[in-house]
Ligand binder design. Sequence first.
Ligand code: SF4
Length: 754
Amino acid sequence: MGAMAQTATSANCELSLTCYLLRVVCKMTLKELEYKIPKLDRGYANQTLYINLSDNTIKIKSVDEKMKKTFTGGKGFDLWLMWNGLPKDRVVKWDDPENEICIATGPLGGVTQYPGAGKSIVTSISPMTGIPIDSNVGGYFGPNLKMAGFDALEIQGKAKSDIYVYIDGDNGKIEIHDASDLPDTAYEITRVLTERHTEKDGKDLSVVTSGPAAEYAYMGCLNFSWWDMRRNLPRYKQAGRGGIGTVFRNKKVKALVAKVSKITLNMNAPDDMEGVKQVGRDHSKEILNLDPVQNRMRVIGTAHLPSIMDEFDLLPTRNFRTGSDPEAKALFGDVWEKTFSNVGKGWDGCWRPCAINCSHCIVGFVPKTGPFKGKSVVVDGPEYETIAGCGSNIAVFDPHYVAEINFYADAYGIDTISFGTTMAFVMELFEEGYINEKATGGHKLNWGAVKEVLAVLHEMATGEGFGGKHFGKGTHYLKDYFGKEFGVDTNVMQDIGMEHKGLEYSEYVTKESLAQQGGYGLTLKGPQHDEAWLIFLDQVHNYMPTFEDKAEALHYFPMWRTWFGLNGLCKLPWNDVVPADNSDTDEPAKVPGHVAFYARFFTAMTGRKVSGDDLVQMSERVYNFQRIFNIRQGKGLRINDSNPPYRSVGPVTDWEYESRQDRYDVQLKEIGMDITSMNTSEKNKALRAHREERYKCLTDATYKRRGWTRNGVPTSHTVKELGIDFPDVMAIVKKYEGQEPPADTLPESDEAWV
Ligand code: SF4
């Protein structure tokens, strides 16, 4: 079938019922490659898979020791493949055929004995930011890919019509299939492909899909499937951030399928089998003992967070204006504990044996709107970011509707964080009278108007109306659109539109934590909490009073968190359950007991004897490399880290100032201001000048600690020390390291730089 079908087109086949039936049964193959499945060696397959969809090339590339030593795996491999695969003589746009989607796990991925060891890391040039985006996601795809013999998958080119890729890791076959018969939503595609390819009732497969809205929106996500053994159905985790689902659909990929009938520790071929088993047992045992008395992840998952965030004034409400709301209790963990199905009795680990088991769901959910209205469906989640972004931040305090937004966003292939944050921005503009129904396609987007919110979401799946044509392109796009088409004040939108570098903020109020303002503003990929989450250390505990203290945290934590993405690991087992004596250690925020577990795990798997510091250095290489990749893409300098929306730094309106007046008045007095005769507007202006200066000082201190120039460029010295001084990397560093930053991005004082 394969060779014959290579010349057939889907258009021809749609004319013929016979051919349609053949396609359903025979899965019309456009290209296939048989290969010998390699034996893994200490966590590595030592090869990657390359597919070009423009001409259906399928190639296998080898991985050498230098690539492993320099980039470790996961996101490191993804970025190195993209660095070499994308044209180097120009900025690559997200929808250029040369853009790639890379997916990898890492040397520790696919270990069934370790909690959280089943992650995949996806990268691409983002439609939202124009620079590399990476997303760390659960599900079985990455582990299945590795057991099929590949450390990473690299997809380039664009198909002429919809296709899906099938990787048969049991029989050593890769096939590109016509997908014109597949349905549209993520759930339906997974159902059809599971029926078509499984040989073990779904347990052997992982399917990656997006959804129909990703064809029109920039905020498209990917759904990675895993199998719920007890409920006997496919479940999903999302690679949400930065629009990789949009790139996926732009390449006309409908799905990726990886099949492996069983995964054992033996297949990963660890250097020290017993060592891996022992450290896995130690970590899992601790989780099982302590989770019930700590965050109760096994029962509530990340849904335990809204009440904590509300208590500490950190839960975004009404477009990040405030950090708590009396109505928010309707979205607290006790509500979700009752809403989630069979908590503690289902199979809620998005990786097979994960002791944390935090991926809860609602079975038998009945949507009140849209194409699934009145039908019984399964909602994966909601998790914290969705509850906050599509709940409190848009003033929707009805858990049913938060779950319904969650369900349709996943089905349509939409990132709930970008959706919620963009909706909050539009609602504030609407409420304050900057825009009306003319700008929103007739939708009355007042706070809490959930039926209108869902109507916009349904439009996104059709490409029609305000949702399909404009909203899905996100906050950055809408600032331009509302300014040009409806004359909305651009300064107002810059202040309250919560995006930076083009990516929407994830769901924490950062106004009172300078360190977290840097944790969002000084990131590589845009304001996403997975690089640094410092609010509690800074705002609640005041552990880092100086710029140098904050800069140290803004060096260490992004590096440490990057390490999980290099290895195919979930971060939650690191610090969502901590050792009983953690608070007695010198640096409890780092959870040193668990850093020691991870060093043991890496050593036992790879045979490379490492300490906790070595793990951080692995990340430093990749982190600096990604920064230079950003510069290559024209967006990795100080100017790009500057000028975050002021709502992330302080109170925009006088009303916001007055809501926290005691706190702000004290701060002004502490810097020596006499405020006795000042009105609120004057005080707010003075506070803003002070806070913007501090953000600039923090930028200085952080760059200095990271070994970068004042313009945000890793220095030649840093790059050489890290061993990433490849000629084309050095050419970029040399070109930019002597350049001065724009004067208006610098603070008045040099105190944090000299
Ligand atoms: S901790 Fe939760 S999210 Fe992470 S792997 Fe385990 S079940 Fe999945």
